[in-house]
Design a protein around this ligand. Sequence first.
Ligand code: SF4
Length: 381
Amino acid sequence: MNDLYRLLPAELDTLFQDLGHPRYRADQVLRSLYQDAPGSLDDLRQLPAALRQQLAEAGWGVGSATGVHRVVSEDGNTTKLLLRMAGGTLIETVLMQYPEPGKHPRSTVCVSTQAGCAMGCVFCATGQMGFERNLHAEEIVAQVVHIARLLRERGEHVTNVVFMGMGEPLANYNETIRAVRILVDPRAFGLSQRAITISTVGLLRGIDRLAEEGLQVGLAISLHAPTEELRQHLVPTAGPHSVADLVSAAKRFFKSTGRRVTFEYALIAGENDRPEDALALARLLRHSGTHVNLIPVNPTAGGYGRPARQRVLEFERILRENGVNTTVRVEKGSEISAACGQLRTDAEARIFSPDELSVPPAAPKHGRRQATHAPAQSPAR
Ligand code: SF4
């Protein structure tokens, strides 16, 4: 089946033109796809039955993500979903909400771009899972549409999308960019380009391509270490000059887009949280025009843990005093396995009772049953 969610509005116009119908039919479908989130072609009630039949005969349908499991944090601000895609692939999507007095909360959807991940970051549950497959653009869009439908039920809406879930977005470049273009098209999902952030573990070619896309999306680069040696330990797939290369790539991205790059730094107790690491990071990034986001990793059962709060604040202080713009990411949802890959790993390890899962859990690729941790807010490459 070809999924209508895959199409950009201009492509949908062409499809209806080719089928012998006026453009307003495409507008009707777009309104329905992004406002009503239909589950099938039959739900496109604005279209005459004969046209729905014609679409079906031409091989078109409406795909969707099916919610398999949902966990909500104690404060209600973080919701983590295990979603089943076509063919039974399980992926994770997270909704993070930030209450704002007198307003609707800021509602950020963290989407996955791959099932599993080949980058192998040692502290990440997804990385330990290995790579399963790239997600299609329509599967990335489906995650946002699924959350949007949940929010609409309570009068809220999606305000931001971050590509920080399972997988490396720039390793699935074309599908990631197609999904972004659908999400920001005013005739489709209609999100502001600036409300989208793509996070990468540092694929240089992808960063340079993204800089030339003519998009105003944000870029976050997961650095995690101030030296080549430490970075290769934490991100085994990183190249030998990755630290210096990434700082140069961030500068090029800023020059092309005018958008300041954020460096994500997962703080891991005893690994990269020493004062001398902070000083080395400050020396590397001072005057680079970038921003550092420190992410204390979730408490972990896999050997990598979160530094004590005092240690985190000390790291932040050293960076700031040395002229590096720094924030510490608010920890969200650690008690619900909000780190990337944990929920699926928990499912595979049968931490949930069978009736909590509506599909049989997939077998882990590498036989690993213990969840490790990525940074606290689902990301992080
Ligand atoms: S942190 Fe991100 S890039 Fe690294 S293994 Fe996990 S999903 Fe992949």
